[in-house]
Ligand binder design. Sequence first.
Ligand code: NAD
Ligand code: UDP
Length: 310
Amino acid sequence: MRRVCVTGGAGFLGSHLCDRLLREGNDVICVDNLFTGSKDNIRHLLGEPYFEFIRHDVINPIYVECDQIYNLACPASPIQYQRDPIYTTKTSVYGTFNTLGLAKRTGARILQASTSEVYGDPECHPQPESYRGCVNTIGPRSCYDEGKRIAETLFFDYHRKHGVDIKVMRIFNTYGPRMDKGDGRVVSNFIVQALKNEDITIYGSGEQTRSFCYVDDLIDGMIRLMNSRDGFTGPVNIGNPGEFTIKELAEIVIRLTDSHSKIIYKPLPQDDPTQRKPDISLAQKELSWKPAISLEEGLKRTIEYFRKIL
Ligand code: NAD
Ligand code: UDP
């Protein structure tokens, strides 16, 4: 039985990862300080004999024994990571030092949940892993974007200097059940607004694009990357290459929820990327991975979840 440590395991993606790892017969240690995550996300796992929750802040060192580490601890939605931007950077930098130190001591393989935000507001479309990005160093998104970029740097330096066995995954916008209804991300915002027949808030013209991946597809890609061949480090893009404008997303959500909501327009936040779409050819080649769930199907499942919890 493999012992797997998941930092950020009580968050949206982390809790789905814990579910899947337990289903596959692993012994799971979930490390989380509940900054944006919640015990509700893992409540159903708390009595499981092979699941352990440790309330811990990764900016402090952690001593556990494990064979694999998934490093997901970091607030991910713009509202949450901008709430305390200095703490966000601390989490990405000190947290990554500490989890890499854990990997070095235990010899565990370690996977970093990096992000499409390392590409910033991209001048190249779609974005392949070789694209180096266009990121503002001093804007409101920088704490997250630059934190994730230095985390990638640390991963590769620990790999080169200390032989740590690393995997770096660049995650594109992912959605699904257990998104926090108040964290301001576009899919949860639109669904909650539509179900309450409130105005749907589009920021800017709504012509900016995003590519939305359903959580089950994403977790599948994450596990494939962790268990990929020796020597394949990534970085590798994992996301759904279907590209939609935010206005299209709003219209689909209104249709699927039979909502009476109207669309209203609000100012576009500073440095909001104008377009984003992953080139997933590397994931297809190395991991035999591509997403299987369409946006409509994934939205239907997510809407069902929000109907239940609202
Ligand atoms: P989330 O906010 O739901 O989960 C993050 C988890 O990390 C939370 O449970 C939070 O409490 C925990 N955490 C934050 N700071 C911590 C700290 N200092 N110590 C311990 N735990 C801490 O977000 P998510 O969407 O599940 O994202 C998970 C990871 O995936 C993040 O690293 C994020 O940057 C990355 N990611 C997510 C997306 C996406 O679309 N969901 C896209 C790109 C990258
Ligand atoms: N967005 C929007 N209305 C909302 C929330 C978000 O129009 O109520 C827009 C946001 O400006 C961005 C896109 O939707 O252009 C995706 O936002 P999200 O915060 O989900 O993720 P990110 O910007 O990090 O990709």
